[in-house]
Ligand binder design. Structure first.
Ligand SMILES: NC(=O)c1ccc[n+]([C@@H]2O[C@H](COP(=O)([O-])OP(=O)(O)OC[C@H]3O[C@@H](n4cnc5c(N)ncnc54)[C@H](OP(=O)(O)O)[C@@H]3O)[C@@H](O)[C@H]2O)c1
Length: 330
């Protein structure tokens, strides 16, 4: 029976304890595809799973890691064969199904896509769930009909994971991106990523209660929800679109009525990247691999081994983490 190393979170006397353990492959959950994980990445959801957040993980012991990229070690699916290089993100991976913080995962074939030719396994994990979600948001905005010549596109949370990739992709596609930022450091970051200009969080908010505001943006990508999303919807130009994926500032949309939709034909597009169809994932990953890929993708990346990932989890929880952490398995 082959042994492998994995981070494991145990619930002991009401406390959650993080350990690096040795496991048997036979202990992994049922699934059609066994993957030898080469890379994973650290996401906030992983950190929450490590401290026993039941909104993320209900069953312990558990191995976090919502992103994984590796090589098929065994497959009961005709779609994949031993040796294929594959990616698995989303669905239940790392939530209640053992994830990429272990050297092996076993998952349903539906969760797996083949690595695009022009994207390495490591690059795929640099994108991870945040990059993929940005890719899907941009894809939906573009296919909804918003074109560069229609005007500026607003992005909230523009220096966060989803926002920063969205800024890069849309700038690369020739859109005039306006980034919502908080302070000078974020302003410089957003401009360096390709934003044409920035506005403050306050400028992105309207609390007047008006059902319609002046038409400013051809489109918008929102990552924060709440009043920011509401203000975007009310200030989109006729026929434009907004994508929504997060709720860090609130789950409600105060002041939203039907008027932006029935008088301005505004489209509000929901992003649930964890459950996007296999075909959509294939299309978006191909874009990330080629047309939308930045030559600066590897900038600001810290690579650690399985021995170092728990320290990075603590750093993330203590808000001491700068940049993105990639877990490289041996
Ligand atoms: N629906 C999906 O498929 C999907 C997939 C992935 C993620 N998400 C969600 O999308 C959201 C963004 O994810 P992420 O990975 O980009 O997170 P992130 O890296 O933590 O970025 C969050 C961004 O929001 C900004 N922000 C925080 N508080 C704010 C406030 N009060 N007003 C305005 N902006 C604020 C942050 O700015 P500072 O850095 O200055 O704090 C940061 O730019 C999260 O809610 C996440 O759960 C959804």
């Amino acid at each position: 029976m082959e042994k492998f190393r994995a981070v494991r979170i145990f619930e002991e006397d009401g406390k959650f304890v993080k350990k690096l353990v040795e496991r048997d492959i036979a202990e992994l959950p049922e699934g059609e595809v066994l993957i030898k994980v080469k890379y994973s990445s650290l996401n906030y959801k992983d950190a929450l799973s490590c401290i026993g957040n039941k909104g993320i993980t209900r069953k312990f012991p558990h191995t976090p890691g919502i992103d994984a990229a590796g090589i098929v070690a065994d497959s009961k699916s005709e779609e994949f064969k031993k040796g294929d290089e594959v990616l698995a993100i989303g669905y239940d991976l790392g939530m209640n199904t053992d994830g990429g913080f272990g050297e092996y995962i076993r998952v349903p074939a539906d969760w797996v896509v083949k690595r695009p030719e022009k994207l390495s396994l490591k690059e795929a994990m640099i994108y991870g769930t945040a990059g993929y979600t940005a890719g899907q948001s941009v894809y939906e905005l573009v296919t909804s009909g918003v074109k560069p010549e229609d005007g500026e596109v607003l992005i909230s949370g523009a220096t966060g994971g989803v926002g920063s990739h969205s800024v890069r992709f849309l700038s690369k596609l020739g859109y005039d991106v306006v980034a919502v930022v908080n302070g000078e450091t974020e302003e410089n970051t957003a401009l360096a990523m390709g934003a044409k200009r920035v506005i403050s969080r306050e400028e992105a908010l309207d609390n007047s209660g008006k059902a319609l505001l002046s038409q400013k943006w051809a489109g918008a990508i929102d990552t924060v929800g709440g009043a920011t999303l509401s203000t975007m919807v009310r200030s989109i130009k006729f026929g434009g679109a907004v994508t929504t994926c997060g709720n860090v500032t609130g789950a409600e949309m105060p002041g939203i009525t039907v008027f932006p939709f029935i008088l301005r034909a505004v489209k509000l597009i929901g992003i649930a990247s964890a459950y996007s169809s296999k075909e959509r994932r294939r299309i978006v990953w191909e874009k990330l691999a080629d047309e939308w890929k930045s030559d600066k993708l590897q900038m600001g990346i810290k690579e650690v081994g399985i021995d170092g990932i728990l320290q990075e989890v603590d750093n993330m929880l203590d808000a001491k983490l700068v940049g993105r952490v990639i877990l490289a398995h041996e």
